[in-house]
Design a protein around this ligand. Structure first.
Ligand SMILES: Nc1nc2c(c(=O)[nH]1)N=C([C@H](O)[C@H](O)COP(=O)(O)OP(=O)(O)OP(=O)(O)O)CN2
Ligand SMILES: [Zn+2]
Length: 117
């Protein structure tokens, strides 16, 4: 069984490696949405894989690092594409949660899914 919890944060970024004149070379912001997916067995007593609150607790310090920050200034995110952000969030959480995927939405129509491979 897979469960997920969705989080939001606001942040600015620019993409340093895009071609000259690309719109994303400019500093701009997004209302990011992140889904943290975890998998496991449904416990016979609780009826859940894990408490959603445990996912929230694990994600809280990550959200604090990201929310209202310039992503390019965060260690490991000098080129903060949605792909790199999904990998970065996975690396922060992999020892805390039984992750199955991290979904990052930069806009309502674009984003990345990382499954740890
Ligand atoms: N593979 C990727 N491509 C792009 C990324 C990315 O992280 N990975 N990022 C960007 C920019 O950050 C941009 O802000 C978001 O891209 P885009 O979907 O093009 O944004 P728009 O809202 O302007 O798109 P619409 O055409 O209005 O839907 C670019 N590419
Ligand atoms: Zn962007």
């Amino acid at each position: 069984m897979e469960i997920f919890k969705e989080f939001t944060f606001e942040a600015a970024h620019r993409l340093p490696n895009v071609s000259e004149g690309h719109k994303c070379a400019q500093l701009h912001g997004h209302s990011y949405r992140v889904e943290v997916h975890v998998s496991g067995q449904v416990d016979a007593v609780t009826g859940w894989v894990m408490d959603f609150a445990d996912i929230t607790e694990a994600f809280a310090p990550i959200r604090s690092q990201l929310d209202h920050h310039l992503l390019n200034e965060i260690e490991g995110l000098t080129n903060p594409t949605s792909e790199h952000l999904a990998i970065w969030i996975w690396s922060q959480l992999k020892n805390l949660l039984p992750l199955s995927s991290i979904v990052v939405r930069e806009t309502p129509t674009s984003g990345s899914i990382y499954r740890g491979d």
